[in-house]
Design a protein around this ligand. Structure first.
Ligand SMILES: C[S@@+](CC[C@H](N)C(=O)[O-])C[C@H]1O[C@@H](n2cnc3c(N)ncnc32)[C@H](O)[C@@H]1O
Length: 298
């Protein structure tokens, strides 16, 4: 692990404002790029609780890493972190390390088993199973919703998948790439397989459902603002980096509703995106959107 570059790092630090002695939770530890930058600012007295579903992710000195799904955030927090929480970060999706080195079929650039589980020990559904068992209608829905594939192409590929598995079941990324390449014309800068692979990954890992479940838990955990600001008690901050328009919509709607209820202050009216400099050195930042809030009250 280690080739992953943290996305929107400067912006995350500006919004989370980590200060000496504060405590933070990083729900997507990955290679720890964001966590290490936060640690620099909160040490020596502050603490970080890090979570990652992937058992291949390894922790770092002074960071407590729990290998678990972040949907269990509240229980993980209560069991492992006896501190008031000044900030929580989500950096959703997969890391460049998983894309290139996991051997679990996140990328179509290498021939690997069609797995795509972040946690092969704790999850059952694989990409292979979806391709070999889901009906054509369900495949079309997944490709359209999670991959933002146009209806006509989604149907064409879904039916080609059903036809192919009647002859031979899907096993490897090359099997799927072959079907996509036979049916989709490549005229954009981005290979059409990108969208299909993204769709399967989101379905395998229930990424949108998890996000819907977890945001309210995160706000609950954050420390509320103290009524007397002179005591230095500002409320905890929550920052979310998403990579898909449906994810961003979920985050936006929650944040807007909580702001209307007077529970939080919006720190980003519009999502922040990567500047040109970052895009040059990290193409993965292309679709990243960052939103943040500060908690007022429970
Ligand atoms: C974009 S990477 C995080 C990169 C990290 N911020 C860094 O700077 O290195 C996302 C990570 O979240 C993990 N992940 C995705 N969904 C998860 C979930 N539901 N629970 C826990 N970890 C998850 C993935 O295994 C991956 O390592």
């Amino acid at each position: 692990m280690g080739i992953h570059k943290p996305v929107l790092l400067k912006e995350v630090i500006e919004l989370l404002e980590p200060k000496s002695g504060e405590n933070f939770i990083d729900c997507n530890y990955g290679s720890g790029g964001h966590s290490r930058a936060i640690l620099e600012r909160i040490k020596p007295a502050g603490h970080i609780l890090a979570i990652d579903a992937d058992p291949g992710v390894k922790g770092d000195k002074n960071i407590k890493l729990i290998n678990d799904n972040f949907v269990n955030l509240k229980a993980i927090y209560e069991r492992n972190f006896p501190y008031p929480v000044s900030g929580i970060l989500f950096d959703l999706g997969f890391s460049s390390d998983q894309l290139e080195n996991s051997g679990r079929g996140f990328s179509f650039l290498t021939d690997e088993p069609l797995d795509m589980r972040y946690n092969p020990e704790g999850q059952r559904l694989t990409a292979k199973e979806i391709l070999n068992k889901y009906g054509a209608k369900s495949l079309v829905r997944i490709f359209r919703e999670f991959g933002e594939v146009k209806e006509k192409l989604a149907r064409k590929v879904a039916w080609a998948i059903v036809a192919r598995r009647g002859r031979r079941l899907f096993e490897m990324t090359s099997d799927l790439l072959e079907v996509i390449s036979e049916n989709a014309v490549r005229h954009k800068r981005i290979h059409p397989a990108t969208q299909f692979f993204q769709a399967l990954r989101i379905e395998v890992n229930k990424e949108l459902d998890n996000l819907r479940q977890i945001l309210p838990q995160a706000v609950e955990i954050l420390k509320p603002a103290l009524p007397d600001k002179s005591l230095g008690g500002q409320g905890g901050r929550l920052a979310v980096i998403s990579f898909h328009s449906l994810e961003d919509r979920i985050v936006k709607n929650y944040f807007r509703d909580w702001a209307r209820q007077g529970k939080v202050e919006l720190l980003t009216k519009k999502p922040l995106t990567a500047g040109e400099e970052e895009l040059k050195s990290n193409p993965r930042a292309r679709s990243a959107k960052l939103r943040a809030i500060k908690k007022f009250s429970d």
